[in-house]
Design a protein around this ligand. Structure first.
Ligand code: SF4
Length: 507
C-alpha cells in the first residue's frame, strides 16, 4: 500500500500554497528591478516581494485566495485511481483544516460553503497513465480574480483597438494582447498567460491551463509557437499596465502557447490568465510507498534567495495617514495617486455581504467606515480569531451594489483591488468617498497590518464571506478613484488602449 501517499500530497499542497517556485520568484525579482523607485508599481512590488518572503518563512498562504486546487497525475499502469482520488481529497480537507487552504468550495445554487474545499467538481483531479514506474503529481492553485480574467475568442473576431483577428497566428497574437489589456490589474498583474490555439471550447480551456505547468523559461518545442511566445513577451510590456494596473514597465511575466487540432468550422483561442501569485509545484513519488523521490520546479537542496532585504514597504515620506472612521473633509482632500496608511477599524465585505446589504440594515454602523473587499483566511485560537491571510479581492464584482451601499450607509472608503466602474465613481463623487487599491495577493503582508480581530458578523455566509471587524495599523493602499470624479483605472485603460493600437500591425 502507498503508506506515504497522503502525507506526500499534503506536503505538496502546503508547499504550493506558501512558497512560490524559483522561476516565478526570478521573474518577479526582474519586475522589481524594472520599475523605477518611488513609482506606484515599485511600491506595490516591494509589498509583493515582502509578502512572498513572509509566506515562505511563516508557511502561510501567499494569497488568501488559495484558488481551485487542480491536480494533474501521471500514474503507472494498474494504479488504483479511485483510492488515490480519495487520498487527494482527504489531503485537501486536511490542508484546509490547517489553514493552508481557504475554504473555497461553495454550492453554486445556495452559495453555501462546504468548509473543507470538497464538493462536486472540487478539487479538480486529472489522471493519465504512463509507461514509467513513478507517480507524478502536479498541482496548480489558481485564484478567482485571475480565473475571471480568462478569455476565449472565436476567430475571426473584431477586437477593440486591434481590429480584425483572422484565423492566423497574427490573429492569435491579437487575442493574447487583448486578453492582457482587458485584464488590466483585475487579475493581479503582472500575470502570466497559458494559451491554447484550437480544440473545442472545453478542451481549449483545459489545454490553456495546462500550459501554466510549463516553467517561465521553457522554450516551446514548436518553433512557430516559440516565435509567437517571444513576440508577445517582446512587445506586451509596452502596454504600460504595470503591477496591479498602477502603470509601469512589467505587465506580463510569461506567455506559454499550445495547439490542439480543431474542427474546420471552429477556431478558438483560449487564454488562461494567472496572477503574479503563480502557485504551481509537483512531486515524483515512489510507486511502491508514495514517498517523495523528487520535487518538480524546485530543488530543496538550493537555498531560497529572499526577494528583498525585508526592509518592508518603502515609504517616500508622502504617505497620508488616515484614521478611521473617516470624515468627509478628509476624504475629499485625497487625490488619485495618494498613498494612504490606514489605522483603526475596518470591516470586510464581499459578495454575500453586499447582496445582504441591499435587503437588510448592516449589522454594524457603517458611517465613516472603511469597507474592505476581502475574504480572509481566519483561524480560531481558543476564543479569539486570528487572521492569517488577508489580501484584497477583485472589487468590480461589487459594482452592482457599491454605489447604493455608499449612499445608504455612509461608507467613506472602499478598499479592494482592480478598480470599480462608473456607478461607483459617481457615488464617490456625490457622497464624498474614495476607492483605495490595495495590492492583490499580498495576503501575508496585510495580515501583519491587522492588530486584532474584534468580532465577526454574518458568519452564516462562511469564513471568507462573513463581515470581519478588524483593527488595522499602517495599512497601505493607493487612492485610485477619488471623490472628484477621477479614476486611475479609467485613465490607464484608455492610455493602454492607445498603446494597444500601436501594436495592431505586429512587428
Ligand atoms: S493574487 Fe490576486 S488574482 Fe491571484 S489569487 Fe490572489 S487575489 Fe486572486
Amino acid at each position: 500500500m502507498l503508506s506515504a501517499f497522503f502525507e506526500s500530497v499534503l506536503q505538496l499542497i502546503v508547499r504550493t500554497s506558501t512558497d512560490l517556485p524559483p522561476d516565478v520568484r526570478a521573474a518577479m525579482r526582474g519586475a522589481v528591478g524594472a520599475e523605477p523607485a518611488g513609482t506606484r508599481s515599485a511600491q506595490a512590488l516591494t509589498i509583493i516581494a515582502q509578502n512572498i518572503d513572509q509566506a515562505a518563512t511563516a508557511e502561510g498562504a501567499i494569497c488568501q485566495d488559495t484558488g481551485m486546487p487542480t491536480f494533474e497525475l501521471h500514474v503507472p499502469r494498474g494504479s488504483d485511481q479511485i483510492w488515490m482520488r480519495q487520498q487527494i481529497r482527504d489531503a485537501v480537507a486536511s490542508a484546509t483544516k490547517l489553514g493552508k487552504l481557504r475554504p473555497n468550495s461553495v454550492d453554486s445554487i445556495t452559495g453555501e460553503n462546504s468548509g473543507d474545499n470538497l464538493g462536486p467538481g472540487t478539487p479538480i483531479i486529472h489522471f493519465d497513465q504512463w509507461e514509467q514506474d513513478e507517480i507524478e503529481v502536479k498541482l496548480i492553485l489558481k485564484g478567482g480574480g485571475c480565473e475571471n480574467m480568462n478569455a476565449q475568442y472565436s476567430l475571426p473576431a473584431e477586437l477593440p483597438h486591434l481590429g480584425r483577428a483572422d484565423r492566423t497566428l497574427d490573429g492569435v497574437r491579437k487575442c493574447i494582447l487583448h486578453a492582457v489589456w482587458n485584464a488590466q490589474g483585475k487579475g493581479c498583474s503582472p500575470g502570466a498567460v497559458g494559451v491554447c490555439i484550437g480544440g473545442d471550447r472545453t478542451s481549449g480551456y483545459l489545454n490553456a491551463k495546462e500550459q501554466l505547468f510549463r516553467t517561465l523559461d521553457d522554450v516551446n518545442r514548436d518553433p512557430r509557437l516559440a516565435e509567437l511566445e517571444a513576440l508577445i513577451m517582446g512587445t506586451v510590456n509596452t502596454l504600460g499596465i504595470g503591477t496591479m494596473g498602477f502603470g509601469g514597465n512589467v505587465s506580463l511575466i510569461g506567455c506559454k502557447i499550445g495547439a490542439l487540432n480543431r474542427l474546420p468550422a471552429s477556431f478558438f483561442v483560449s487564454v488562461a490568465y494567472d496572477c503574479w501569485a503563480y502557485r504551481r509545484l509537483g512531486v515524483r513519488l515512489d510507486a511502491r510507498d508514495g514517498s517523495i523521490r523528487q520535487w518538480l520546479y524546485r530543488d530543496p537542496s538550493t537555498p531560497v534567495i529572499p526577494m528583498i532585504d525585508q526592509a518592508g514597504f518603502t515609504r517616500t515620506g508622502r504617505e497620508v495617514p488616515l484614521t478611521s472612521p473617516l470624515d468627509e473633509a478628509t476624504v475629499r482632500s485625497l487625490r488619485v495617486g495618494d498613498v494612504v496608511m490606514i489605522t483603526g477599524r475596518m470591516y470586510t465585505g464581499r459578495d454575500a455581504v453586499h447582496a445582504y446589504l441591499m435587503k437588510h440594515d448592516p449589522p454594524v454602523d457603517l458611517r465613516g467606515a472603511v469597507l474592505y473587499h476581502c475574504g480572509p483566511v481566519v483561524k480560531k485560537d481558543g476564543d479569539t480569531w486570528r487572521v492569517t491571510a488577508a489580501g484584497p479581492t477583485t472589487s468590480i464584482r461589487e459594482e452592482p451594489y457599491q454605489s447604493e451601499v455608499i449612499r445608504r450607509y455612509g461608507v467613506r472608503a472602499v478598499v479592494g483591488k482592480g478598480g470599480m466602474g462608473g456607478q461607483t465613481l459617481q457615488a464617490l463623487n456625490d457622497h464624498g468617498a474614495v476607492y483605495l487599491n490595495a495590492v492583490g495577493g499580498a495576503a501575508q503582508f496585510y495580515a501583519r497590518c491587522i492588530e486584532r480581530t474584534d468580532g465577526v458578523s454574518l458568519m452564516e455566509f462562511g469564513t471568507p464571506e462573513a463581515m470581519w471587524h478588524l483593527r488595522v495599523r499602517d495599512f497601505p493602499a493607493i487612492v485610485t478613484m477619488d471623490a472628484h470624479g477621477n479614476s486611475l483605472h479609467k485613465d490607464l485603460e484608455a492610455e493602454s488602449g492607445e498603446k494597444l493600437e500601436a501594436l495592431r500591425a505586429g512587428r
